[in-house]
Design a protein around this ligand. Sequence first.
Ligand code: NIG
Ligand code: FE
Length: 391
Amino acid sequence: MKTLITNIGELTTNVVSGDDLCGTLRDAAVLIEGGQIAWVGQASYAPSANNIVDADGRAVIPGFVDSHSHIVFGGDRAAEFEARMAGEKYAAGGIRSTVAATRGASEDELRARMRGFIDEMLAQGTTTVEIKSGYGLNIDTEERLVRLAAEVTPEVTFLGAHVVPAEYADRADEYVDLVVGPMLDACAAHSKWIDVFCESGAFTVAQSRRVLEAGIASGLMPRVHASQLRPGDGVQLAIDVGAASIDHGTYLTDADVAALAASDTVLTLLPGVEFSTRQPYPNARKLIDAGVTVALACDTNPGSSFTSSMPFCIAVAVRDMGMTPGEAVWAATAGGAQALRRTDIGAIAPRMRADLVVLDAPTRVHLAYRPGVPLVDSVWKDGVRVIGGQS
Ligand code: NIG
Ligand code: FE
């Protein structure tokens, strides 16, 4: 079966062309075959196909790659958000209340909730999602979380070192022993990534290094939560261990920025966190101009960022972080792919997975220009139209 999406008014390929990061083509067409992109070019030169889809001048972009989420959890923290909007400060300790609710939820409840978030994300154009554990913090529950996550994505991250659970209060090193020992043994087979929250109030640099090195020794690849609440040494640690991404980076030092620019570690910015914790937005303009590779992700979780909307994050990144619409869309697609070290997604080019979004808009700029407006016309995942009209 060959499907041709034609009459595309603006196609974002992410195949850099001159100074156009987005590799924009106008009056374009895309041929899909066997779940992959088979051809991309001017509509008037398109090869023949048995299934023709008329995009009617709409814009088409690669499916969003949301490289940071925590969507397997129980409970809700709306009251904490409400208190924060009335002046309370965000603190990582709130994670423990979600841990209690997650331990108390059944496997079926956790699965149904997680699948609901996946559906919600797909409807907003997200075709790849990374999912972290981290709300179990004991062997059985962490194993359950990574196993459930692996049902819906290959991008599973073991985050047993999210915070020190209450039963290990004042015994953080003993908790790290558990994480790098039997908990990692139980979780590694379901996981691709190892992560740690390297921040005061969570884990020290020395503890974080132990966690990352143990994960690497078990065949996992590193990524790191750091510099969310204050500057720290987590960014340097992430670069030292060859992390694919350091996530948050709300409080970076000049030395962090220079080190990131000289590394192949992606900086994943999470605008939903600053939005819902009332922290200052990082200056993405300055970071990009310094040569840092920036990705955007939602960080969907019940505490610091309960949005699953990549268009929302793009709008905030453009409005408040100094990114151009093209940079923000690139960061939410190709940037996310780079943060996951994936070379088969994040662009519309031959041999890439056929994951793409038809926007109900003439240009990708509308993602920031029309904030809060649902602009997804249809979504294609692995060459199949999963949202929108019949394929
Ligand atoms: O990525 N930084 C640590 N973890 C989450 C927050 C989790 C929570 O507050 O429940 C994050 O923001
Ligand atoms: Fe996170």
